[in-house]
Design a protein around this ligand. Structure first.
Ligand code: HEM
Length: 488
């Protein structure tokens, strides 16, 4: 249940309590306020929730609770207004701090999804880890998120919605949600195709893809998401997997539907769109696997099918779908989030164009400041686990706010400032520990090649109508980002 607290420094706490009691007794017939009082404590039941007040020698503490944030705000407002009226001579200031449950509820509301960063700042006020409920925790501190990610005793936990039909392929059977020993086996197989050497060898192919997309840009305005941010990563991962170019366009809506599974449960219901996307992708890759078993080629699907027996058919399918979906949707968002930031910071665009600012350094700051992945989750698999000194009972769910960790004021000075001159950025946008993103070098390389080429090729590139954000919390990006290629 959303709750909030406020401490009011005052030597007259008892007097205020008494006055508040008299006031609520007077008006209870009007607004249904019911009260319980002792000399040092009182509870006011309002139509929207309740507030408990406690006094000490130099402090009045308030604890509000309500069913949801809207009601909580009304409780807070009612108490604040009344206290400020009766305490006007002392100019009382009442600053409420919301609980973790209230922050999570706000994060899952449309305004929180659109701009989660003020809520992350509130989470930092609570400390690196706080309880949402008995076995549900919110972790926002950089060191704490990093510690959990690196500890295999915190296992990955699917956020679902799982396809209702157990025969459908599901990302929860993929490496992303596997525990040892399955995870180690899948990881060692799949990492063979993502070695730094193999990724570096993709540079010429990425450069060619970038040039060809830039060549093909025309019209005014142009939607950057549609014409560049989406096609680049899908071309690269499509080439790697061996998916023919003519099939690639159909994956964008399918991925959008399927990645609902990465949202917090509060944001989703069992989605029929996710189910039908799972079915369609399943059929597609089943056919591709069959084809590569019969006619192996020099691509990733062939490489993975020839490791027969080490991955079950289900796992193979789930991992291919994961690679496709994780491989482009996140990188698409990195490109879109990066360009939007360049529009807000033209001096940074000039520095990249002139070569003064290495694109790699810019990309790290984009990843930190506006991470394409904002949240992941874990489950406590063993007893006696702690996070930043807080005991975490076995079976607890842990929500890791990657986006908040990346803006932790104790890790980054002035964290809400976009500053590509930062050093030692090391954002947690790709995770950390055993599940650290397999494609992180590839995504970084694509972005580091794309931005300087885009800025040099179109020096007057500028925003057109305002971009639209995707209504998602976990995978943060844009639906559209209209641009003028040659200025207005
Ligand atoms: C900007 C782009 C990307 C971002 C921000 C990103 C982010 C992440 C994060 C945060 C995780 C860890 C999740 C967790 O521990 O709960 C992850 C895992 C993973 N990512 Fe990425 N990713 C990106 C691009 C890619 C690409 C291009 C690929 C593949 C081509 C890829 C493949 C994977 C795979 C296979 C895993 C699972 C690794 C494992 O569980 O061992 N990702 N990614």
């Amino acid at each position: 249940m959303p709750t909030s607290r406020a401490s009011v420094r005052t030597a007259r706490a008892t007097r205020y309590l008494t006055q508040l009691r008299k006031h609520t007794d007077r008006i209870r017939h009007h607004n249904g306020a019911l009260t319980e009082w002792s000399d040092t404590e009182g509870t006011i039941e309002l139509p929207w929730g309740r507030c408990t007040l406690r006094t000490s020698r130099d402090e009045l503490t308030l604890h509000a609770e309500a069913e949801n944030n809207e009601r909580l705000r009304r409780v807070q407002d009612a108490i604040t207004t009344r206290l400020q009226t009766i305490g006007r001579r002392d100019a009382l200031t009442i600053a409420w701090t919301r609980s973790a449950a209230s922050i999570v509820e706000a994060l899952t509301a449309p305004a929180g999804r659109a701009d989660p960063f003020p809520l992350y700042a509130e989470a930092h006020e609570l400390g690196p880890v706080s309880a949402i409920a008995d076995t549900w925790f919110l972790v926002s501190g950089y060191a704490a998120v990093d510690q959990v990610l690196r500890n295999p005793d915190f296992g990955p936990s699917p956020r679902s919605p799982e396809p209702r039909n157990p025969d459908l392929p599901s990302m929860s059977r993929s490496i992303l949600w596997a525990d040892p020993p399955d995870h180690g086996r899948m990881r060692s197989l799949m990492s063979q195709v993502f070695t730094p050497r193999r990724v570096a060898a993709l540079r010429p192919a990425i450069e060619t893809a970038v040039e060809s997309l830039l060549d093909g840009l025309d019209g005014d305005p142009v939607d950057f998401m549609d014409r560049f941010a989406f096609p680049l990563p899908i071309t690269v991962i499509g080439e790697m997997l061996g998916v023919p170019p003519s099939d690639r366009d159909r994956f964008r809506p399918l991925a959008t539907d399927l990645t609902e599974a990465l949202e917090l449960p509060a944001l989703t219901s069992r989605s029929t769109a996710a189910e039908s996307a799972a079915r369609e992708l399943g059929e597609y890759f089943t056919a591709l696997i069959r084809d590569r078993r019969a006619h192996p080629r020099d691509d990733l699907v062939s490489a993975l099918v020839t490791t027969d027996g080490r991955l079950t058919d289900d796992q193979l399918l789930a991992n291919l779908i994961l690679l496709l979906v994780a491989g482009f949707e996140t990188t698409t968002n990195l490109l879109g989030n990066g360009l939007a930031l360049l529009f807000d910071h033209p001096e940074v665009a000039s520095a990249i164009r002139s070569g003064e600012l290495p694109a790699e350094q810019f990309v790290e700051e984009v990843l930190r400041y506006d991470s394409p992945v904002q949240i992941t989750t874990r489950t406590a698999r063993t007893e006696t686990l702690t996070i930043a000194g807080t005991p975490i009972p076995k079976g607890s769910q842990v929500v890791l706010l990657i986006g908040a960790a990346n803006r932790d004021p104790s890790r980054y000075p002035d964290p809400d400032r976009f500053d590509p001159s930062r050093r030692d950025t090391k954002p947690l946008s790709f995770g950390a520990g055993p599940h650290i993103c397999l494609g992180n070098a590839l995504a970084r390389l694509e972005a580091a090649i794309a931005f300087p080429r885009l800025l040099t090729r179109y020096p007057a590139i500028s925003p057109s109508t305002p971009p639209t954000r995707r209504d998602r919390l976990t995978l943060r990006g844009h639906t559209t980002l209209p641009i003028h290629l040659n200025g207005v």
